[in-house]
Design a protein around this ligand. Structure first.
Ligand SMILES: [Zn+2]
Length: 191
């Protein structure tokens, strides 16, 4: 697990925190000035905007994309920093969805990409098996997509229920193919 402290994230950090007591993690990009850009998801469209003063002054909502303050993002939880460029061995020993082999791009590029998605075209529909909040953050950091959180869940499902593998393998395969297609599509769009 990445850094966990009371200090502020650094510009362009991919941060994540617990949701629903650790049932899953929510991810976003720290863009400075105490603000986070994240893929909020469909459910958020129906909710009223955050009533906090900071979000009122500096917040932006565009479809499923939103810029909110760090406190509203964390909802009382601590943040962790997703690590990039970790070794194969370290990656294998860590919980999936907390680090990546791939090197991170420079902070200004990460923030620029997140802002681009917020201001222009969004990140497609929020979907656990397609574009999720982790995908968005990983994509901003690396220019690559692929959610380890979802793949980790499929792996755990397979361990818990041997028969689950029958479902998990085609699902993972379908997921990879869908990813491949969206990667190709995205590589043609400006970032
Ligand atoms: Zn706020």
């Amino acid at each position: 697990m990445g850094r966990n402290c009371n200090c502020l994230p650094e510009l362009g950090d991919h941060i994540f925190c617990k949701r629903k007591g650790g049932l899953y993690y929510h991810h976003g990009i720290y863009v400075g000035d105490n603000m986070v850009i994240h893929l909020a998801g469909k459910a958020k469209k129906l909710q009223p905007p955050n009533s906090c003063q900071e979000c009122k002054n500096k917040g932006v909502t565009n479809g499923e994309m939103a810029k909110i303050c760090l406190d509203c993002f964390l909802r009382g939880e601590n943040f962790f920093v997703y690590e990039y460029g970790v070794s194969y061995f370290k990656h294998k020993t860590r919980e999936m969805g907390t680090c990546s082999f791939f090197a991170a791009r420079p902070p200004h590029e990460v923030v620029g990409t997140a802002a681009h998605f917020l201001e222009r075209d969004g990140f497609g529909g929020y979907d656990l098996f397609a574009n999720n909040c982790e995908d968005f953050a990983v994509y901003c950091k690396t220019g690559l997509s692929g959610s380890h959180q979802v793949m980790g869940r499929i792996k755990r499902l397979g361990l818990l229920f041997p028969f689950g593998l029958v479902v998990a393998i085609p699902t993972a395969l379908g997921y990879s193919i869908a990813k491949f297609i969206t990667d190709i599509r995205r590589s043609h769009s400006p970032s």
